[in-house]
Write a protein that binds this ligand. Structure first.
Ligand SMILES: Nc1nc2c(ncn2[C@@H]2O[C@H](COP(=O)(O)OP(=O)(O)OP(=O)(O)O)[C@@H](O)[C@H]2O)c(=O)[nH]1
Ligand SMILES: [Mg+2]
Length: 364
């Protein structure tokens, strides 16, 4: 089960710099963390989670295996991309395939780095990209409408469902509002099958100059206001600093970041925000061999959570021994949790919670 975030934005805003820093950091950590380059522009990075170290210490595990998230570096979009400008169609196709969008906005001033729109104005830039995505969404819906109507008349249930939500979505797009603002409650899954770009969750990443990495600047403040109004997430990073950090050995990083007034790396914040954006949560398995994090979507029930490890675990699911993370730590592990009455036996209907330490009982 792979989830991915596409890195999107105007040309020259720092997308590849950020992507390279993300993947180089992951490569440097390869001793501990699984990493693989899938294609030159696709990288899988470990999701940092301090809970893993604590669990592994108590469980006396030999190895720690974090869960991972995939990032895709997509080439810059320009004004007119929805009409095919600047290889627009091809890049838009890349965006259609990702689960969430990381929208990088240039918030740094640097006369040596060309800005395709002539000057730094991240809110305008955000609007340019969003407009292109909305136009492309509208275009794709208009193209499909007639065929869907035909199928719907032939009693195709799926086509009927999609048509029912298309009108309000197209109306919103025509008014310049993203599709996500017009998806009726409970129809999220149908909307997802329409494969629109402006229904995907968005994280704004403000790329500021090095001196503003800890504070942000007036440009990133403007983005913050826009993000708040939309209910979108935003993170301030300096891609240039992240690129430097990614070249440092692990043990020197904290000190380097501290010297810049940063408590953690911007990459960690981007990864964590991306994980949240996708509605993901984590459960753990702990044993002498390894402590491992597993990714599920929020609301997943125990048997489907088990399937992430192995399909047999779902097929033969009997129950799962469950200890909440805080209880596991407070009781000093599984045995202590059992004594304190904090170990629960949960069945098929149990909704796995973020941080649960699980042991599946199954029989195939
Ligand atoms: N001063 C400064 N320059 C940066 C920063 N981030 C990126 N750059 C520079 O901006 C230029 C473009 O960066 P890229 O990361 O290649 O930009 P991109 O968004 O991937 O561009 P395209 O792939 O062409 O769309 C490079 O010369 C980077 O070194 C930054 O934080 N500060
Ligand atoms: Mg690039």
């Amino acid at each position: 089960m792979g989830f991915n975030c596409g890195i999107v934005g105007l040309p020259n805003v720092g997308k590849s710099t950020l992507f390279n820093a993300l993947t180089e950091t992951a490569a440097a950590q390869a001793a501990n963390y699984p990493f693989c380059t899938i294609e030159p522009n696709v990288g899988r990075v470990a999701v940092p989670d301090s809970r893993l170290d604590n669990l592994a210490r108590i469980g006396k595990s030999q190895k720690i295996l974090p869960t991972s998230l995939e990032f895709v570096d997509i080439a810059g979009l320009v004004r007119g991309a929805s009409r095919g400008e600047g290889l627009g169609n091809q890049f838009l196709a890349n965006i259609r395939e990702v689960d969430a969008i990381i929208h990088v906005l240039r918030c740094f001033e640097d006369d040596d780095i060309t800005h395709v729109e002539g000057g730094v104005d991240p809110v305008r830039d955000a609007e340019i990209i969003e407009t292109e995505l909305m136009l492309a969404d509208l275009d794709s819906l208009e193209k499909r409408q007639t065929a869907l109507q035909k199928r719907a008349r032939g009693n195709d249930r799926e086509a009927q469902q999609q048509l029912a939500i298309m009108d309000p979505i197209m109306a919103a797009l025509r008014e310049g509002k993203p599709a996500r603002t017009a998806v009726p409650k409970g129809e999220e899954e149908t909307a997802r099958r329409l494969q629109l770009m402006t229904t995907k969750p968005v994280l704004y990443v403000c790329n500021v100059e090095e001196g503003s990495a800890s504070t942000g600047n007036s440009h990133s403040e403007a983005v913050r206001k826009r993000a708040e109004a939309e209910g979108a997430a935003m993170v301030v990073v300096s891609a240039a600093i992240e690129a430097e950090v990614s070249q440092l050995p692990q043990e020197e990083r904290a000190e380097f970041l501290e010297g810049l007034g940063l408590s953690n790396s911007g990459l960690d914040r981007v990864i964590a925000a991306g994980y949240g954006l996708l509605g993901l949560s984590t459960y753990f398995t702990v044993g002498p061999k390894e402590t491992r994090a597993w990714t599920i979507t929020k609301g997943t029930k125990a048997p489907q959570a088990a399937a992430v490890i192995h399909n047999d675990f779902e097929r033969g699911f009997i129950a799962c021994e469950t200890v909440a993370y805080d209880d596991y730590i407070a009781c000093g592990g599984e045995a202590g949790a059992k004594e304190a009455g904090k170990l629960r036996i949960e069945g098929k209907e149990y909704v796995v919670q973020d941080g649960d330490v699980l042991l599946f009982r199954f029989n195939v």
